[in-house]
Write a protein that binds this ligand. Structure first.
Ligand SMILES: Nc1nc2c(ncn2[C@@H]2O[C@H](COP(=O)(O)OP(=O)(O)O)[C@@H](O)[C@H]2O)c(=O)[nH]1
Ligand SMILES: [Mg+2]
Length: 413
């Protein structure tokens, strides 16, 4: 653990950020996220760890932080707390690898006088470490807040405050109850706020994991921003792709329907499909050479027999009918040309339908291939080695949730 290279991670993350190449629209769309990520990146560079206190009103958040600071910095109040906005204070702890520590005090999450409750959650959610403060057994709201943090991949410590209000047996029971309600696999530490107990625990934890917590949190924030950018880009491409597919369907339908010659379909249809695949790949930023286009085309046709059959099979059988009609035409004095109209319409409908399916499938195929061109900050986390379950478990939870949210198939045409 001593060899953890925080500087190296900062450089990698900074490089990722610089090469991201955001458009002006993206910059204004994600303005808030970008600002807070920049701040985090700066804290990573300066090795500044941020610790946020969170909990209901009146549990003693401000008091706990004051006891850590050994100074009455944050205002406390008998009636449901007096903190109305997030406040911060630098905490000097001796014997640490980090350059500085910052403590954030927050209004109670259940406090109805807060201007922007979402902002409080998201600000504390950006901290590298969360002190979740309670003054007794956990209620349902507290559990909900805790599970949100866990889903967001946050490292939290539960702090039991106001223990002077319990006798020994009651205290034991409260701790048992809390333990029972917390998720078992995460081993969230429950620390009693008793004299120097809490300070010693945090000091030890930061000494061992401070740099890792700061780095992981920075990468996680980068990752969350990355997913947002990706979603936004895919949504924009979805619109473009949809209109391109529409354009090609119409093109093909008219080519098929208007073409009086029976030879058009196979060769002409392939040319249009190839052009569509190429145009879609340009939209998704994937440069395709002729060979890859054919591969995508082949993949789609093999994996989607139905499409192949509608496309080729129906075309051929209709062509056959068309051919027969045309062939018989001279012998029937043009009478048999009459059914040619409806057949052309059916063919055009099939052309539209199959081109739409082809476009959707091609976009999916192209998207999967183009994924490699996104630099994914999560890879940075995967490349970090930690054998410590304390860190490893909560990163795993972050990843399983991330992968659930990282299903971008719905943003494809
Ligand atoms: N009995 C007792 N009261 C406490 C303790 N810690 C804080 N308090 C009191 O609880 C009230 C609310 O504390 P405060 O820190 O303002 O809570 P916050 O709203 O979570 O910031 C204040 O009157 C504090 O004096 C404690 O350990 N024991
Ligand atoms: Mg307070």
């Amino acid at each position: 653990m001593k060899h953890f290279k925080i500087q190296e991670h900062y450089l990698l993350l900074n490089k990722w950020w610089e090469t991201l190449d955001l458009t002006n629209y993206e910059k204004s769309f994600l303005n808030r996220e970008i600002i807070s990520f920049n701040q985090q990146l700066l804290r990573l560079k300066e090795k500044k760890l941020r610790i946020g206190a969170y909990g209901k009103s009146g549990v003693g958040k401000s008091s706990v932080l004051n006891s850590l600071l050994k100074k009455d910095i944050f205002k406390t109040d008998i009636i449901n707390g007096s903190t109305k906005e997030i406040q911060s204070e630098t905490w000097t702890l001796k014997d640490q690898t980090l350059n500085s520590l910052e403590l954030l005090d927050s209004p109670g999450f259940d406090f109805c006088n807060i201007k922007f409750p979402d902002k409080v959650y998201s600000c504390i959610n950006h901290s590298d470490l969360i002190l979740f403060i309670v003054s007794g057994d956990l209620n349902r709201n507290e559990l909900n807040e805790i599970s949100s943090f866990i889903k967001d991949g946050k490292k939290i410590i539960l702090i039991l405050n106001k223990i002077d209000l319990f006798n020994k047996n009651e205290l034991k029971e409260v701790i048992e109850n809390i333990k029972f309600k917390l998720p078992k696999d995460l081993n969230i530490p429950i620390i009693i706020n008793n004299e120097n107990n809490l300070k010693n625990y945090i000091a030890k934890l930061i000494n061992k994991y401070g740099e890792i917590l700061l780095t992981l949190n920075s990468i996680q924030l980068a990752d969350k921003l990355f997913l947002k950018i990706k979603e936004q880009r895919l949504k924009r491409r979805q619109k473009l792709a949809q209109s391109t597919i529409g354009k090609f369907s119409t093109l093909k339908a008219s080519a098929v329907a208007l073409n009086p010659f029976i030879f058009f379909d196979v060769a002409g249809s392939f040319a249009i499909d190839t052009a569509l695949i190429n145009e879609l790949s340009t939209i998704y930023g994937l440069k395709l050479k002729g060979e890859s286009t054919r591969k995508i085309f082949k993949n789609i046709s093999i994996n989607n027999l139905c499409l192949g059959i509608t496309q080729v099979g129906v075309n051929t059988s209709l062509n056959l009918i068309k051919k027969l009609i045309l062939l018989t035409a001279p012998f029937t004095n043009g009478l048999s040309l009459l059914p040619y109209g409806p057949i052309a319409i059916i063919q055009a409908a099939i052309a539209i339908y199959s081109t739409k399916i082809l476009g959707k499938l091609a976009a999916k195929e192209i998207y999967v291939r183009s994924k490699a061109s996104f630099i994914d900050p999560a890879i940075l986390i995967q490349n970090m080695n930690f054998n410590d379950p304390e860190i490893f478990n909560y990163i795993n939870i972050y990843f399983s949730n991330r992968n659930l949210n990282n299903n971008f198939i719905s943003f494809l045409p």
